[in-house]
Design a protein around this ligand. Sequence first.
Ligand code: RBF
Length: 169
Amino acid sequence: MATELKNLSSYDPTMVPNGKGRKIGIVYAEWNENITHALRDGAIKTLIDNGVEESDITVASVPGSFELIFGASQMVKSGCYDAVIAIGCVIRGDTPHFDYICEGVTAGLSKLNVEYDVPVIFGLITTNNLQQAEERSGGRLGNKGDECAVTALHMLSQRFDNTSSNKSR
Ligand code: RBF
């Protein structure tokens, strides 16, 4: 499985861009809180470990993953953040809700990434069962919250334009 082959949780700290001065918004869903709180805390710790000031991290909660779209959208549009991390956990149940929520959140967060100049990091865990979610929120397969933090810092360290200051690389 892809996540078993690539696991940023065992990242090399010397390779993570320093986040000093960066302002990060984190929005997380309370649904499956045992999982999302661990993801949230992992993201916060990793940001701080890599130079982000605690006072530069704003954390907001929403009831369920579907509300991540609105929460992330509000954070992006506020202009207060260099990057926004959206964290949720959807576990497959007996109804098609899983698919609707996953597709909705993916489409909503993708749209934000295209329409605004603030990277929105996709921290939505989508699993078949609770065990798979636990493995990815501080268990056998690391903590995807940590990985979201590392990803945010990488995105902020990149230049995506072609101005003169970017041509030396
Ligand atoms: N939200 C989650 O974050 N994870 C879930 O696994 C999840 N499962 C849901 C299953 C059903 C049947 C329903 C009705 C909602 C579920 N939600 C879940 C909540 C959803 O993201 C949202 O908060 C609500 O639909 C209200 O907009």
